[in-house]
Design a protein around this ligand. Structure first.
Ligand code: FPP
Length: 246
């Protein structure tokens, strides 16, 4: 039986986040330049996005470019930015056909003007779509996000808009880029690495973590369905005992 048929549609993760890793290693294995891995990775992005929409996932967040990725060789950064522009242009039809809304989180002002322009255009054109929200984390770093949230809250205290004792988890949540999303239920990382790399640190507090050795360019919706099936067979206790849950 296929994993898709084993998935319980009533217990889907509301929010899936993916660290797409292994593009460089995939390319090296084929004797190609690293950028060829990123190129091939866009196919995996399309297949996984369609797969999520197909089974009814509401929120998918993809780690496409971290604050640390700016330190990569100039040629690789430029290629990734060009790839983003061309993918956005090419995939708008897939997004519209599947009724998917695109948005982005991160320090977007650091992106080249060409990327920002294309991104804003696609976000605008898809803003009325309702089946699924696809969020690209671009120039994103979780610590960076938390710093900007603290700064905004601090400024509000200075302006006497809120007081210190009002600060609770929901106030912090409201100042994150992800304020409108539910917490992450399932975090997937490809390529065999088992770390979080500054991705959604606050939002994954109770997420189930799933690591697979598959390199991102080879990742397809069937692998994602396997991860979701695995997730559905875990017991999420949120600090309680098994007996309390029963
Ligand atoms: C990690 O692999 C991947 C990235 C830093 C970029 C992800 C980008 C894409 C999948 C393509 C464009 C994305 C969209 C949304 C159209 P790595 O380079 O760190 O691989 P390595 O660890 O094997 O070197």
């Amino acid at each position: 039986m296929k994993y898709k048929d084993k998935i319980n549609p009533d217990a889907l993760p509301k929010h899936i986040a993916i660290i797409m890793d292994g593009n460089g290693r995939w390319a090296k294995k084929q004797g190609l330049l690293r950028v060829a891995g990123h190129q091939k990775g866009t196919k995996a992005v399309r297949d996984v996005v369609e797969g999520c929409a197909e089974i009814g996932i509401q929120q998918l967040t993809l780690y496409a470019f971290s604050t640390e990725n700016w330190k990569r060789p100039k040629m690789e950064v430029e290629t990734l930015m060009k790839l983003l522009v061309s993918s956005l242009r090419k995939e708008i039809k897939t997004l519209q056909d599947n009724n998917i809304r695109l948005d982005a989180i991160g320090n977007l002002q650091n992106l080249p003007a060409s990327v920002l322009k294309e991104l804003e255009e696609v976000m605008d054109k898809t803003s009325g779509n309702t089946r699924m929200n696809l969020t690209l984390a671009l120039s994103y770093g979780s610590r960076d996000e938390l710093v900007q949230a603290m700064q905004q809250i601090g400024a509000k205290i200075q302006r006497n808009e809120i007081s210190l004792k009002d600060i609770d988890e929901s106030v912090i949540n409201e100042h994150l880029y992800t304020r409108k999303f539910p917490d992450v239920d399932l975090l997937i990382r490809t390529s065999g690495e088992q770390r979080i790399s500054n991705f959604l640190l606050w939002q994954i507090a109770y997420a189930e973590l799933y690591f697979t050795k598959i390199l991102w360019p080879d990742y397809r919706r069937e692998h994602l369905f396997e991860a979701i099936y695995n997730y559905q067979n875990r017991e999420r206790r949120f600090g309680k005992t098994s007996e309390q849950l029963g």
